[in-house]
Ligand binder design. Structure first.
Ligand SMILES: N[C@@H](CCC[C@H](N)C(=O)O)C(=O)O
Length: 336
């Protein structure tokens, strides 16, 4: 038997698989098939999820493990902010330490345990970097030769300005009013740019943000490889950076920014030193279920209510209590 975990950061849900506990690691095709099966609410368990977080060992100095991120559609992402918090918690508890680095596809990132957000709501801070702006880093085409920072792009949506930031997974951001936030445009644009299109050949995570006040945002994201999500950690981090760059009168570098999302709230802090930008993302790392399953069922992408034994923790009740006392800043409901 091996144990999967169902985890979330701001209700951005994942299954976490520690490959170091397996007799034989899953190969890339098996990981992709498992992600597509187990995250699908119709074929998987526990109403599905947005992806699978894979923990591997790392041979880098001062690093406790490696995280890989497999989206619900089986594609691999270079980074996942909400996922990194839950992987950090898992590695912290496994290794009895609260400050360390985690290897990701492009960088070893600093993580640390923070004070609980509320009773039984553990929290972690994770570094979001490297930050990139060049079209080749996304990639994007047909949107000019240089970086896209607060520019009108009528071909995408007349009347809106867009900023493109890779952290290093790709994000396209627009600051919008409440009516646009609640309307159909985000879903339409997200679906369009994540199908065959002339601008983002590898797809892109699309976020709309509403400025709520000084250092306060509401962010909603249509994720590449997923669709609408309750929260996207890298999306909220990239949007916080865009906030400080594009709206410096209300979004400040080196100050805590509260970022509300349909699944709750995180804090971010954006930093710049010379040409380098990075973001601290701080939020919950919640474990909702422990799932025992035979290793063979993972290799066969067959994790179902028949093959797995599922035990619920009490952490979701604590998380919902925490969310309940947050200010109600949006009418957008949490996705189940
Ligand atoms: N939800 C994640 C981002 C997951 C990856 C994304 N779908 C991509 O393909 O880039 C987060 O919390 O950052």
């Amino acid at each position: 038997m091996v144990q999967l975990r169902k985890v979330h950061g701001s209700e951005n849900h994942f299954f976490l698989l520690d490959q170091t506990t397996l007799d034989q690691q899953l190969n890339d095709d098996e990981l992709s098939a498992l992600a597509q099966q187990v995250t699908n609410p119709d074929t998987g368990i526990l109403d599905g999820a947005d992806g699978v977080l894979v923990v591997n060992s790392s041979n880098h100095a001062n690093v406790l493990g490696q995280m890989r991120v497999i989206n619900a559609d089986g594609s691999e992402a270079s980074m996942c902010g909400n996922g990194l918090r839950t992987v950090s918690r898992y590695l912290a508890e496994k290794n009895h330490t609260n400050q360390f680095k985690v290897e990701t596809l492009t960088a070893d990132l600093q993580v640390s345990r923070q004070n609980d957000l509320a009773a039984s709501v553990p929290a972690f801070s994770v570094e979001i970097s490297p930050v990139r702006f060049k079209p080749a880093d996304f990639p994007f085409t047909n949107l000019g030769d240089g970086a896209l920072i607060d520019q009108p792009v009528p071909a995408l949506a007349p009347g809106l300005n867009f900023t493109a930031i890779a952290v290093p997974n790709p994000h396209l951001i627009s600051f919008v009013d409440e009516e646009t936030m609640n309307g159909p445009l985000l879903g339409e644009l997200g679906a369009r740019l994540n199908g065959a299109n002339d601008y983002f050949p590898d797809g892109v995570n699309v976020s709309f943000a509403q400025i709520l006040g000084k250092n306060q945002l509401f962010v909603r994201t249509y994720e590449r490889g997923v669709g609408f999500t309750n929260a996207c950690g890298t999306g909220m981090s990239a949007t916080s950076l865009a906030f400080a760059m594009v709206h410096p009168n209300v979004g400040q570098f080196d100050h805590t920014i509260s970022v509300y999302n349909p699944g709750g709230m995180v804090k971010t802090k954006v930093h710049q030193s010379d040409d380098r930008y990075w973001i601290d993302l701080i939020g919950n790392a919640t474990e909702t279920h422990l799932i025992d399953v035979n290793e063979e069922e993972l290799h066969n992408a067959n994790v179902t209510t028949e093959t797995a034994s599922i035990q619920e923790t009490s952490e979701e009740a604590a998380y919902l209590k925490f969310v309940d006392q947050l200010p109600k800043v949006s009418a957008i409901a949490v996705k189940k």
